[in-house]
Ligand binder design. Structure first.
Ligand code: PMV
Length: 342
């Protein structure tokens, strides 16, 4: 499709971060962003990235502003590489101005790349006059960041790894809409001294593929776990969901810690949160909470609304937590303003 009209075309989209219950960690084809294993996530509410993309009349360097400040270097280049894909689809060479704002701290490790590239995929394609299906948008978004594929959709989302070399069977799909399980909460422990990411996830995971002794065994084990988790979520069996989520998280962490050089994402405070959840479950005599974390220090703890107060009180004793957020399931990519000319 070609762009028509002389004026700049702009569009605005919003998307939210997601937290993976089954992790994506490793690509079978990095150039196409094809993962080794399927993953399953919950798109979160309250946290949003809002992105405006405006294509100019002619070619020229793209600009990227994040939370009002101009961004240069690798992060701006990643945006340009992503826009190049959109320009190729739209058969245009126009430069673009991208303005992106998070309503949460960008460096907090709350998966701003997932919400960021999902919102960028939506806004850039709409601004370029392309009408992509939700499935095609999930396929485009993963080229910015794999987990962005899942943030295109709301509620419980499965990103299917597929097996085709060209990636046509690799896409994300909604398992359950945001309102499916309102009692389920994600209590996020934001760790005060969380370090900035030293290695990009996309590079770190390929290091695990190459060096972690348990990597192949994990890929083999993950599909069984994902199937069990999919069923437990569908039947809203909370203790099973929490147990499987922790099992998955422990395996992910062990792959990271046996990667050479070692990948260590947790701080002593993050580890204290994991211990607090274990002791809460032991005291309750049943699994009333389940922890997980991504490639960062913050810890997400799933629990039911009725146990959220008890969990929060237990976590209040853990030193080094800056804030506790209680989140639920949220919607996927939302178009706020369609193309218009300035
Ligand atoms: O999407 P990326 O490249 O930021 O990698 C995400 C990796 C994890 O967050 C650790 C797991 C996941 O599935 O979200």
């Amino acid at each position: 499709m070609t762009m028509r009209g002389a004026g700049a075309r702009s569009a605005t989209c919003e998307a939210a971060p997601n937290i993976a219950l089954v992790k994506y960690w490793g690509m079978r084809d990095p150039s196409l962003g094809l993962p080794f294993n399927s993953s399953l996530s919950l798109t979160l509410d309250r946290l949003r990235t809002r992105t405006v993309v405006a294509f100019r009349d002619g070619p020229g360097p793209d600009t990227f502003r994040l939370n009002g400040a101009p961004v240069e270097g690798p992060r701006r280049e990643a945006v340009t590489r992503f826009l190049d894909r959109v320009r190729a689809l739209a058969r245009t060479t126009a430069g673009a101005d991208v303005d992106s704002r998070n309503n949460f701290p960008t460096a907090s490790g709350l998966a701003s790349s997932a919400s960021g590239f999902a919102a960028l995929a939506g806004a850039a394609t709409a601004a370029a006059g392309l009408a992509l299906s939700p499935r095609a948008l999930t396929q485009l978004a993963r080229l910015g960041s794999g987990s962005a594929s899942r943030s295109v959709l709301g509620g419980f989302v499965e990103w299917r790894a597929g097996s085709a070399r060209d990636g046509h069977d690799c896409y994300a799909t909604e398992l359950h809409p945001p309102g499916f399980w309102p009692e389920l909460k994600d209590v996020v422990a934001l760790i005060a001294d969380a370090p900035e990411k030293a290695v990009r996830s996309a590079d770190a995971m390929q290091r695990s593929v190459a060096t972690a002794p348990g990597y192949r065994a994990r890929v083999d084990a993950v599909s069984g776990r994902l199937g069990r988790l999919r069923r437990a979520v569908a039947e809203r069996r909370a203790p099973t969901v929490f147990r499987l989520v922790m099992e998955e998280c422990d395996e992910f962490r062990s792959v990271c810690e046996t990667t050479r050089p070692r990948l260590d994402y947790l701080t002593p405070s993050s580890r204290a949160v994991l211990d607090a959840v274990r002791s809460l479950n032991a005291d309750a005599g049943e699994t009333i909470a389940g922890y997980t974390h991504d490639a960062g220090a913050h810890v997400h703890v799933f629990t039911l609304a009725r146990d959220a107060g008890r969990l929060r009180r237990r976590l209040a004793d853990v030193p080094g937590i800056a804030r506790l957020l209680t989140l639920g399931a949220g919607p996927g990519l939302t178009v706020l303003a369609r193309p218009g000319t300035d």
